[in-house]
Every structure is written in C-alpha cells, then in structure tokens.
Design a protein around this ligand. Structure first.
Ligand code: SF4
Length: 309
C-alpha cells in the first residue's frame, strides 16, 4: 500500500491542534496562534510527552526500514542519549522516558504483529474549497498481520497520560475521527483508531514493581462513519470561526476571545500567568512578558496570524 501525496499548492492549514486550542479556550488560542507564543519552560508532563513521542517515532521508523526489534531499540535509545547530551531535557525527564520506553518496547506487539505504513507523517484534507485545508501529524499507521484484525489498517496515537482514559473519554476523543478522515482521504481504508496509552503517574522507583497492564493500554476509540462526519463538521465550523478571527486585529481579538476560566482546563494551561495579568487590566502583549518565546511547534503552512494593530 502506498500514499499518493496530495498537492497543497499554497493552501493554508488549520491544524487539528489549533481547533482543539480554539474550542478549549479562545484566550489560550489567542496567546498561542494569535501572538504565536509558547512557554520558554514547558511543563514536565509536556516535555516527557514530546520526548516519548520522539523516541517511539525513532523506534517505529527503524522497524519500518527493516531493522530487527533489538536493533530498532538500540537506535531509539541512541536517539534518547543524543537528545540528552544536547541538553534539551532534564535528567528526570530523560530517566522517565528511558525506563518507560524500554518497558514499552519489551511488551510491544506492533513492531512484530503489523506492517508499519507511516510514522509521524502529516495528512491533509480540504475544508474551504481552494484555500484552507486541515491537517494533523499522525503518530503511527499500521496494517495488522495477524489476529482478528488481520488485513485491517489501524491508526495509532501515542498518549502519555497520568491515568488511563475511561471508556467514555475514549469515545469522546475529538482527534481520532478527524485523523481518520484525513488518512482515509489520502487513500488508506482506516478501520479503527487506537489510543496507545503510556502511564506517567508512577515514580522511577515504583515503575519496576508495576505490571505491564499498570503502565500500558492500547484501546480502540470505536470509529464510526457518523462520528467521522460529526468530527469533520466540528473541524469545518471551528476553522471558519478561526479564519474569521484572523481577519481581525489583535487588539479587537483581545476583547473578543474570552477566557474559559475553568479549573479543569486552566490547571494544564501554560498561559496562566499572562491570563491573570490580563484580568488585572494588562494588555496581552505586555502580559506575555519574558517567559514566552516565538512558537516553533505546528505546521509551517498554518494560517497567518492576525494583523497587529
Ligand atoms: S488560564 Fe484558563 S482562561 Fe486563561 S488562557 Fe489558560 S485556559 Fe484560558
């Protein structure tokens, strides 16, 4: 099975991540996609998630290129060491990633029970004729070689998570139906999408005493055609709202992008400090201060930020 690359020409992209941000909290979106800023000191959970994704991508790319599991494991640990030596991650983050990924590889069945079709590849689908597309980078796409799913194409999203998702949280996951639509648009008949959960709640000393089932869980999100249609609808409506927002000056968006101020949402937000300063009357650019740098994550083709004025 091969992918036919889709020509994007000069189309602009609204990413699945950007829509998530917009729907989570418009002020958070404003900081991230309006002012194009990210925290200069990301949280431990975010850093660990990024590092684990990076190492797993290295592992599965090596498998895709024909390496044995042992050699791919060696390759991925080499990547981990290289990133550590570059000083990108703290000792604690490095140690957690090392122990979790090592344990993960020992119990993994994807490397030997599937054919790897794509690793860390972006997929796109048009949302506004001729101009806007939406896209997302998928972690892993595989074809099952054995078991009751033999011959089926499965989408896998790695998730580092404090606790495993509940059944309803899996069914409510907004990303997997959108990724499924984009991957199907590019010719892969995706059957179902899975969250490949890696639990981060245990300390370095607790992990060796835990069973694999305490640490890892790959669970289906039960993709159906109505769910895919519904997710596409949400993506389109939110994208059109974002496109309309991009036409407004930042000063107006500061007034219009309301803060959700919900504890469940805010507790993981990297923009808590500037958000509090804005509540005290400070303008957004002053409130951002020095703790934030130019945003580097996301698609290069992402739609342009609004005019400053
Ligand atoms: S702290 Fe809460 S209200 Fe403020 S930007 Fe973040 S998510 Fe929105």
């Amino acid at each position: 099975m091969t992918v036919t690359p889709v020509s994007l020409d000069d189309a602009r992209i609204i990413s699945i991540s950007q829509v998530d941000s917009w729907l989570t909290c418009e002020r958070k979106w404003l900081f991230s996609y309006g002012f194009l800023k990210q925290s200069s000191s990301p949280s431990r959970s975010l850093s660990l998630g990024v590092l684990v994704h990076d190492i797993l991508a290295e592992f599965y790319k090596a498998i895709q290129n024909g390496m044995s599991v042992a050699d791919a494991r060696q390759e991925s640990m080499g990547r981990l060491t290289k990133l550590f030596l570059e000083g990108t991650y703290s000792v604690d983050t490095f140690s957690m990633a090392q122990i979790l990924v090592s344990r993960y590889i020992e119990q993994d069945t994807l490397a030997t029970g599937t054919k790897i079709l794509a690793v860390e590849e972006p997929f796109f689908i048009p949302i506004v004729q001729g101009s806007y597309w939406y896209g997302g980078k998928i972690d892993l796409l595989v074809e099952a070689l054995q078991g009751h799913k033999k011959g089926q194409v499965l989408l896998i999203d790695h998730k580092t998570t404090y606790d495993f998702y509940t059944d309803n949280a899996l069914k409510l996951n907004p990303q997997m139906p959108k990724y499924t639509a984009a991957v199907r648009f590019n010719g892969y008949p995706v059957d179902d999408a899975y969250l490949n959960q890696i639990r981060t709640r245990f300390s370095l000393t607790q992990i060796p005493k835990k069973a694999d089932s305490d640490l890892f869980k790959r669970a289906p999100t039960d993709i159906t055609q109505p769910k895919v249609r519904s997710a596409l609808h949400h993506q389109m409506v939110a994208s059109e709202q974002i496109i309309a927002a991009y036409k407004k000056p930042l000063t107006l968006l500061e007034q219009e992008c309301l803060p959700v101020q919900n504890n469940m949402v805010c507790k993981n937000c990297p923009f808590q400090e500037p958000c509090i300063r804005m509540e005290e009357g400070m303008s957004a650019d002053k409130a951002l201060g020095t703790g934030y740098v130019e945003k580097t994550s996301g698609f290069q083709l992402e739609a342009k930020a609004p005019e400053n004025g």
